[in-house]
Design a protein around this ligand. Sequence first.
Ligand code: SF4
Length: 379
Amino acid sequence: MRSQNRIHKAEKLINPVSHIKKIFVEQGVADLPYTQEILKRAATIPVEIINGHYVPGLDANQYPRNLTKGKQNLLLCRNLGHFFKPCPATREYRCCDYQVINIGLNCPMDCVYCILQAYLNNPWLSFFVNVDDLLRELEAAFAKNPDRFWRIGTGEFTDSMALDQLTGLSQVLVPFIGRQSRAVLELKTKSAAIANLQGLDHQDRTIVAWSLNSQPIMREEELRTATLDERLQAAAQCAAWGYRLAFHFDPIIDHPGWQEGYATTIKELFRQVPSDKIAWISLGALRFLPPLKQIANSRFPKSRFFSEEFIVGLDGKHRYFRSRRVDLYQHLYRLLKPLADPKTCIYLCMESDEIWREVMGFAPEDHGSLAVMLERAVF
Ligand code: SF4
Protein backbone atom coordinates (compact mmCIF):
# COMPACT_ATOMS: atom_id res chain seq x y z
CA MET A 1 0.00 0.00 0.00
CA ARG A 2 2.85 2.35 0.82
CA SER A 3 4.46 1.87 -2.56
CA GLN A 4 1.07 2.45 -4.29
CA ASN A 5 0.82 5.82 -2.55
CA ARG A 6 4.30 6.73 -3.68
CA ILE A 7 3.45 5.90 -7.29
CA HIS A 8 0.29 7.99 -7.22
CA LYS A 9 2.16 10.92 -5.75
CA ALA A 10 4.79 10.59 -8.49
CA GLU A 11 2.12 10.60 -11.20
CA LYS A 12 0.48 13.68 -9.80
CA LEU A 13 3.82 15.46 -9.89
CA ILE A 14 5.01 14.51 -13.32
CA ASN A 15 2.08 13.30 -15.40
CA PRO A 16 3.09 14.79 -18.78
CA VAL A 17 -0.58 15.19 -19.77
CA SER A 18 -0.75 18.12 -17.35
CA HIS A 19 1.44 20.08 -19.79
CA ILE A 20 -1.30 20.09 -22.47
CA LYS A 21 -3.22 23.34 -22.61
CA LYS A 22 -5.49 22.68 -25.58
CA ILE A 23 -6.78 19.77 -27.65
CA PHE A 24 -7.61 20.16 -31.34
CA VAL A 25 -9.73 17.53 -33.07
CA GLU A 26 -9.74 16.94 -36.81
CA GLN A 27 -13.38 17.16 -37.86
CA GLY A 28 -13.38 13.77 -39.64
CA VAL A 29 -12.56 11.89 -36.41
CA ALA A 30 -14.56 13.95 -33.93
CA ASP A 31 -17.43 11.45 -33.75
CA LEU A 32 -15.34 8.30 -33.36
CA PRO A 33 -16.15 6.58 -30.05
CA TYR A 34 -12.43 6.49 -29.18
CA THR A 35 -12.10 10.26 -29.73
CA GLN A 36 -15.11 10.83 -27.51
CA GLU A 37 -13.56 8.62 -24.80
CA ILE A 38 -10.37 10.71 -24.88
CA LEU A 39 -12.30 13.99 -24.72
CA LYS A 40 -14.26 12.70 -21.73
CA ARG A 41 -10.97 12.00 -19.92
CA ALA A 42 -9.61 15.41 -20.94
CA ALA A 43 -12.26 16.98 -18.68
CA THR A 44 -11.08 20.58 -18.20
CA ILE A 45 -8.69 20.90 -21.18
CA PRO A 46 -10.28 23.21 -23.81
CA VAL A 47 -11.18 21.49 -27.08
CA GLU A 48 -11.53 22.92 -30.62
CA ILE A 49 -12.75 21.04 -33.69
CA ILE A 50 -10.77 22.00 -36.80
CA ASN A 51 -10.88 21.38 -40.52
CA GLY A 52 -7.75 19.74 -41.89
CA HIS A 53 -4.39 18.85 -40.38
CA TYR A 54 -3.00 22.20 -39.24
CA VAL A 55 -3.32 23.56 -35.73
CA PRO A 56 -4.32 27.23 -35.87
CA GLY A 57 -1.86 29.69 -34.32
CA LEU A 58 1.10 27.33 -34.71
CA ASP A 59 2.74 28.09 -38.03
CA ALA A 60 4.63 25.02 -39.28
CA ASN A 61 6.98 27.45 -41.10
CA GLN A 62 8.21 28.72 -37.74
CA TYR A 63 9.30 25.25 -36.62
CA PRO A 64 11.32 24.67 -34.42
CA ARG A 65 11.12 28.18 -32.91
CA ASN A 66 7.55 27.44 -31.79
CA LEU A 67 8.24 23.90 -30.57
CA THR A 68 8.14 24.83 -26.87
CA LYS A 69 4.64 26.29 -27.30
CA GLY A 70 3.69 23.49 -29.72
CA LYS A 71 4.24 20.85 -27.04
CA GLN A 72 1.26 22.30 -25.14
CA ASN A 73 -1.14 21.52 -28.00
CA LEU A 74 -2.45 18.10 -28.94
CA LEU A 75 -4.09 17.23 -32.26
CA LEU A 76 -6.34 14.16 -32.39
CA CYS A 77 -6.33 13.02 -36.01
CA ARG A 78 -6.39 10.13 -38.44
CA ASN A 79 -3.19 8.40 -39.54
CA LEU A 80 -3.45 8.31 -43.32
CA GLY A 81 -0.25 6.29 -43.74
CA HIS A 82 0.96 2.99 -42.33
CA PHE A 83 1.04 2.45 -38.57
CA PHE A 84 3.49 -0.43 -38.58
CA LYS A 85 6.99 -0.43 -40.05
CA PRO A 86 10.58 -1.46 -39.32
CA CYS A 87 12.62 0.81 -37.03
CA PRO A 88 14.58 3.29 -39.17
CA ALA A 89 17.92 1.63 -38.39
CA THR A 90 20.96 1.94 -40.62
CA ARG A 91 22.65 -0.84 -42.57
CA GLU A 92 26.13 0.06 -41.34
CA TYR A 93 25.60 -0.87 -37.68
CA ARG A 94 24.21 -3.87 -35.81
CA CYS A 95 20.49 -3.26 -35.40
CA CYS A 96 18.02 -5.27 -33.36
CA ASP A 97 15.26 -5.85 -35.95
CA TYR A 98 12.66 -3.84 -34.10
CA GLN A 99 9.24 -2.96 -35.50
CA VAL A 100 7.63 0.35 -34.77
CA ILE A 101 3.97 1.23 -34.29
CA ASN A 102 3.50 4.89 -35.10
CA ILE A 103 0.85 5.92 -32.55
CA GLY A 104 1.50 9.65 -32.83
CA LEU A 105 4.14 12.33 -33.19
CA ASN A 106 6.04 14.49 -30.72
CA CYS A 107 6.11 14.46 -26.92
CA PRO A 108 5.06 16.77 -24.05
CA MET A 109 8.38 16.17 -22.29
CA ASP A 110 11.41 18.00 -23.66
CA CYS A 111 14.87 16.45 -23.80
CA VAL A 112 17.70 18.59 -25.10
CA TYR A 113 19.05 15.70 -27.20
CA CYS A 114 15.64 14.55 -28.52
CA ILE A 115 16.09 13.51 -32.13
CA LEU A 116 12.45 14.36 -32.87
CA GLN A 117 13.38 18.04 -32.86
CA ALA A 118 15.23 17.39 -36.12
CA TYR A 119 12.88 14.71 -37.54
CA LEU A 120 9.54 16.46 -37.25
CA ASN A 121 8.33 19.45 -39.20
CA ASN A 122 5.46 20.80 -37.14
CA PRO A 123 5.44 21.81 -33.49
CA TRP A 124 2.27 20.27 -32.03
CA LEU A 125 1.67 16.78 -30.63
CA SER A 126 -0.39 14.41 -32.78
CA PHE A 127 -2.19 11.29 -31.64
CA PHE A 128 -3.82 8.94 -34.16
CA VAL A 129 -7.29 7.90 -33.09
CA ASN A 130 -8.08 5.41 -35.89
CA VAL A 131 -6.83 2.61 -33.66
CA ASP A 132 -9.10 0.05 -35.34
CA ASP A 133 -7.02 0.52 -38.51
CA LEU A 134 -3.86 0.00 -36.44
CA LEU A 135 -5.12 -3.30 -35.00
CA ARG A 136 -6.21 -4.48 -38.46
CA GLU A 137 -2.77 -3.68 -39.84
CA LEU A 138 -1.06 -5.63 -37.04
CA GLU A 139 -3.36 -8.63 -37.51
CA ALA A 140 -2.63 -8.68 -41.24
CA ALA A 141 1.15 -8.51 -40.66
CA PHE A 142 1.06 -11.31 -38.07
CA ALA A 143 -1.10 -13.51 -40.33
CA LYS A 144 1.25 -12.99 -43.29
CA ASN A 145 4.32 -14.11 -41.30
CA PRO A 146 2.98 -16.51 -38.66
CA ASP A 147 6.41 -17.98 -37.77
CA ARG A 148 8.15 -14.71 -37.32
CA PHE A 149 8.95 -13.33 -33.85
CA TRP A 150 7.80 -9.73 -33.58
CA ARG A 151 9.38 -7.27 -31.17
CA ILE A 152 7.33 -4.12 -31.37
CA GLY A 153 7.66 -0.68 -29.82
CA THR A 154 5.54 2.46 -29.80
CA GLY A 155 8.25 4.85 -28.61
CA GLU A 156 9.96 5.83 -31.85
CA PHE A 157 8.24 9.12 -32.69
CA THR A 158 6.84 9.85 -29.24
CA ASP A 159 7.12 8.55 -25.67
CA SER A 160 5.04 5.35 -25.25
CA MET A 161 3.33 6.35 -22.00
CA ALA A 162 3.45 10.17 -21.88
CA LEU A 163 -0.17 10.62 -23.02
CA ASP A 164 -1.50 7.26 -21.88
CA GLN A 165 -3.62 8.61 -19.06
CA LEU A 166 -5.45 10.67 -21.64
CA THR A 167 -5.52 8.21 -24.54
CA GLY A 168 -5.82 4.92 -22.64
CA LEU A 169 -4.03 3.26 -25.58
CA SER A 170 -2.17 0.79 -23.35
CA GLN A 171 -5.53 -0.67 -22.34
CA VAL A 172 -6.14 -1.57 -25.98
CA LEU A 173 -2.65 -2.61 -27.06
CA VAL A 174 -1.47 -4.61 -24.04
CA PRO A 175 -4.35 -7.18 -24.05
CA PHE A 176 -4.22 -7.29 -27.88
CA ILE A 177 -0.53 -8.26 -27.85
CA GLY A 178 -1.26 -10.65 -24.96
CA ARG A 179 -3.44 -12.63 -27.39
CA GLN A 180 -0.59 -13.04 -29.95
CA SER A 181 1.74 -15.99 -29.61
CA ARG A 182 4.77 -14.55 -31.45
CA ALA A 183 4.86 -10.89 -30.45
CA VAL A 184 6.04 -8.76 -27.57
CA LEU A 185 5.31 -5.09 -27.08
CA GLU A 186 7.84 -2.75 -25.52
CA LEU A 187 6.43 0.41 -23.95
CA LYS A 188 9.35 2.81 -23.54
CA THR A 189 9.02 5.92 -21.38
CA LYS A 190 10.68 8.60 -19.28
CA SER A 191 7.50 9.17 -17.29
CA ALA A 192 6.00 7.36 -14.32
CA ALA A 193 2.50 7.41 -15.83
CA ILE A 194 1.83 3.70 -15.45
CA ALA A 195 -1.56 3.63 -13.69
CA ASN A 196 -3.40 2.23 -16.74
CA LEU A 197 -1.16 -0.85 -16.79
CA GLN A 198 -2.57 -2.16 -13.54
CA GLY A 199 -4.80 -5.20 -13.93
CA LEU A 200 -4.38 -5.62 -17.72
CA ASP A 201 -4.30 -9.14 -19.15
CA HIS A 202 -0.74 -8.77 -20.48
CA GLN A 203 0.13 -12.51 -20.61
CA ASP A 204 3.79 -11.60 -20.05
CA ARG A 205 3.91 -10.18 -23.60
CA THR A 206 4.41 -6.52 -22.66
CA ILE A 207 7.76 -5.21 -21.49
CA VAL A 208 7.71 -1.84 -19.78
CA ALA A 209 10.94 0.04 -20.40
CA TRP A 210 12.59 3.16 -19.07
CA SER A 211 15.41 5.26 -20.45
CA LEU A 212 17.92 5.92 -17.70
CA ASN A 213 20.82 8.29 -17.45
CA SER A 214 23.26 9.81 -15.02
CA GLN A 215 21.21 12.01 -12.64
CA PRO A 216 22.79 15.35 -13.65
CA ILE A 217 21.72 14.59 -17.25
CA MET A 218 18.22 13.57 -16.14
CA ARG A 219 17.87 16.75 -14.08
CA GLU A 220 19.32 19.25 -16.53
CA GLU A 221 18.77 17.86 -20.01
CA GLU A 222 15.44 15.97 -19.70
CA LEU A 223 12.73 18.55 -18.96
CA ARG A 224 9.43 17.46 -17.42
CA THR A 225 10.51 13.82 -17.16
CA ALA A 226 10.26 11.67 -14.03
CA THR A 227 13.22 11.60 -11.63
CA LEU A 228 15.37 8.50 -11.30
CA ASP A 229 13.51 7.47 -8.15
CA GLU A 230 10.12 8.00 -9.78
CA ARG A 231 11.12 5.92 -12.81
CA LEU A 232 12.52 3.10 -10.66
CA GLN A 233 9.52 3.10 -8.31
CA ALA A 234 7.24 2.88 -11.35
CA ALA A 235 9.36 0.01 -12.71
CA ALA A 236 9.20 -1.84 -9.37
CA GLN A 237 5.42 -1.38 -9.39
CA CYS A 238 5.16 -2.81 -12.93
CA ALA A 239 7.30 -5.78 -11.86
CA ALA A 240 4.87 -6.33 -8.96
CA TRP A 241 2.02 -6.36 -11.53
CA GLY A 242 3.85 -9.17 -13.35
CA TYR A 243 5.37 -7.20 -16.22
CA ARG A 244 8.89 -7.75 -17.38
CA LEU A 245 11.08 -4.69 -17.66
CA ALA A 246 13.79 -3.20 -19.84
CA PHE A 247 16.16 -0.28 -19.40
CA HIS A 248 17.95 1.83 -21.97
CA PHE A 249 21.07 3.81 -21.15
CA ASP A 250 20.63 5.93 -24.21
CA PRO A 251 22.00 8.44 -24.95
CA ILE A 252 25.09 7.91 -22.81
CA ILE A 253 26.56 11.39 -22.56
CA ASP A 254 30.11 12.34 -21.72
CA HIS A 255 29.86 14.97 -18.94
CA PRO A 256 31.85 15.97 -15.86
CA GLY A 257 31.53 13.18 -13.27
CA TRP A 258 30.04 10.71 -15.78
CA GLN A 259 31.70 7.65 -14.22
CA GLU A 260 30.19 8.32 -10.82
CA GLY A 261 26.88 9.50 -12.31
CA TYR A 262 26.26 6.28 -14.24
CA ALA A 263 27.56 4.15 -11.34
CA THR A 264 24.99 5.71 -8.98
CA THR A 265 22.14 5.14 -11.43
CA ILE A 266 23.13 1.49 -11.95
CA LYS A 267 23.45 0.91 -8.20
CA GLU A 268 19.99 2.40 -7.63
CA LEU A 269 18.51 0.38 -10.50
CA PHE A 270 19.49 -2.93 -8.95
CA ARG A 271 18.63 -1.75 -5.43
CA GLN A 272 15.06 -0.85 -6.36
CA VAL A 273 14.13 -3.28 -9.16
CA PRO A 274 14.18 -7.12 -9.13
CA SER A 275 16.97 -8.12 -11.54
CA ASP A 276 15.22 -11.32 -12.68
CA LYS A 277 12.39 -9.23 -14.16
CA ILE A 278 14.73 -7.36 -16.53
CA ALA A 279 14.54 -8.76 -20.07
CA TRP A 280 17.13 -6.48 -21.63
CA ILE A 281 19.34 -3.45 -21.06
CA SER A 282 20.70 -1.44 -23.97
CA LEU A 283 23.65 0.93 -24.17
CA GLY A 284 23.86 3.64 -26.81
CA ALA A 285 26.25 6.57 -26.84
CA LEU A 286 25.00 9.99 -27.97
CA ARG A 287 24.50 10.19 -31.74
CA PHE A 288 22.63 12.80 -33.69
CA LEU A 289 21.84 14.16 -37.10
CA PRO A 290 23.84 17.34 -37.83
CA PRO A 291 20.79 19.73 -37.79
CA LEU A 292 19.95 18.67 -34.23
CA LYS A 293 22.94 20.48 -32.75
CA GLN A 294 21.83 23.84 -34.08
CA ILE A 295 18.20 23.30 -33.08
CA ALA A 296 19.11 22.18 -29.55
CA ASN A 297 21.62 25.01 -29.09
CA SER A 298 18.99 27.57 -30.04
CA ARG A 299 16.35 26.09 -27.74
CA PHE A 300 18.66 25.23 -24.82
CA PRO A 301 21.61 27.66 -24.95
CA LYS A 302 22.91 26.61 -21.51
CA SER A 303 23.48 22.99 -22.55
CA ARG A 304 27.11 22.17 -23.20
CA PHE A 305 27.34 18.55 -24.30
CA PHE A 306 26.97 19.27 -28.03
CA SER A 307 30.22 21.24 -27.87
CA GLU A 308 32.34 18.08 -27.50
CA GLU A 309 34.28 16.69 -30.47
CA PHE A 310 32.41 14.27 -32.72
CA ILE A 311 33.08 12.24 -35.84
CA VAL A 312 30.57 11.64 -38.61
CA GLY A 313 29.54 7.97 -38.57
CA LEU A 314 28.81 5.77 -41.58
CA ASP A 315 25.13 6.63 -41.19
CA GLY A 316 25.82 10.39 -41.37
CA LYS A 317 25.18 10.83 -37.63
CA HIS A 318 27.63 12.55 -35.32
CA ARG A 319 29.14 10.30 -32.65
CA TYR A 320 31.95 10.40 -30.09
CA PHE A 321 35.30 9.10 -31.29
CA ARG A 322 35.50 5.33 -31.21
CA SER A 323 37.93 5.20 -28.24
CA ARG A 324 35.62 7.47 -26.22
CA ARG A 325 32.58 5.32 -27.00
CA VAL A 326 34.47 2.21 -25.94
CA ASP A 327 35.47 3.90 -22.64
CA LEU A 328 31.85 4.83 -21.94
CA TYR A 329 30.48 1.39 -22.83
CA GLN A 330 33.17 -0.53 -20.93
CA HIS A 331 32.52 1.45 -17.78
CA LEU A 332 28.77 0.81 -17.84
CA TYR A 333 29.12 -2.82 -18.93
CA ARG A 334 31.56 -3.61 -16.11
CA LEU A 335 29.11 -2.16 -13.62
CA LEU A 336 26.03 -3.85 -15.09
CA LYS A 337 27.33 -7.34 -15.81
CA PRO A 338 27.94 -8.56 -12.22
CA LEU A 339 24.58 -7.21 -11.01
CA ALA A 340 22.43 -8.32 -13.96
CA ASP A 341 20.54 -11.60 -14.04
CA PRO A 342 22.33 -14.10 -16.34
CA LYS A 343 19.22 -14.19 -18.57
CA THR A 344 19.15 -10.41 -19.10
CA CYS A 345 20.40 -9.47 -22.56
CA ILE A 346 22.77 -6.51 -22.39
CA TYR A 347 23.34 -5.08 -25.86
CA LEU A 348 24.78 -2.14 -27.74
CA CYS A 349 22.45 -0.06 -29.85
CA MET A 350 23.72 0.73 -33.36
CA GLU A 351 27.38 -0.23 -32.98
CA SER A 352 29.76 -2.29 -35.11
CA ASP A 353 31.00 -5.83 -34.42
CA GLU A 354 34.44 -4.39 -33.58
CA ILE A 355 33.01 -2.29 -30.77
CA TRP A 356 30.95 -5.24 -29.50
CA ARG A 357 34.07 -7.38 -29.30
CA GLU A 358 36.07 -4.68 -27.53
CA VAL A 359 33.37 -4.07 -24.95
CA MET A 360 31.74 -7.46 -24.44
CA GLY A 361 34.24 -9.92 -25.90
CA PHE A 362 31.83 -11.21 -28.58
CA ALA A 363 29.75 -10.02 -31.52
CA PRO A 364 26.02 -10.66 -31.95
CA GLU A 365 26.65 -13.20 -34.75
CA ASP A 366 28.49 -15.42 -32.23
CA HIS A 367 25.08 -15.91 -30.57
CA GLY A 368 22.99 -16.06 -33.75
CA SER A 369 22.21 -12.36 -34.10
CA LEU A 370 21.07 -9.53 -31.88
CA ALA A 371 17.44 -10.28 -32.78
CA VAL A 372 17.95 -13.92 -31.71
CA MET A 373 19.60 -12.84 -28.43
CA LEU A 374 16.61 -10.61 -27.66
CA GLU A 375 14.13 -13.30 -28.62
CA ARG A 376 15.87 -15.70 -26.23
CA ALA A 377 15.66 -13.13 -23.45
CA VAL A 378 11.88 -13.07 -23.80
CA PHE A 379 10.98 -16.71 -24.52
S1 SF4 B 1 10.97 11.68 -23.61
FE1 SF4 B 1 11.74 10.83 -25.54
S2 SF4 B 1 10.33 11.57 -27.11
FE2 SF4 B 1 10.02 12.81 -25.28
S3 SF4 B 1 11.32 14.61 -25.57
FE3 SF4 B 1 12.50 13.12 -24.40
S4 SF4 B 1 13.67 11.94 -25.94
FE4 SF4 B 1 12.01 13.05 -27.02
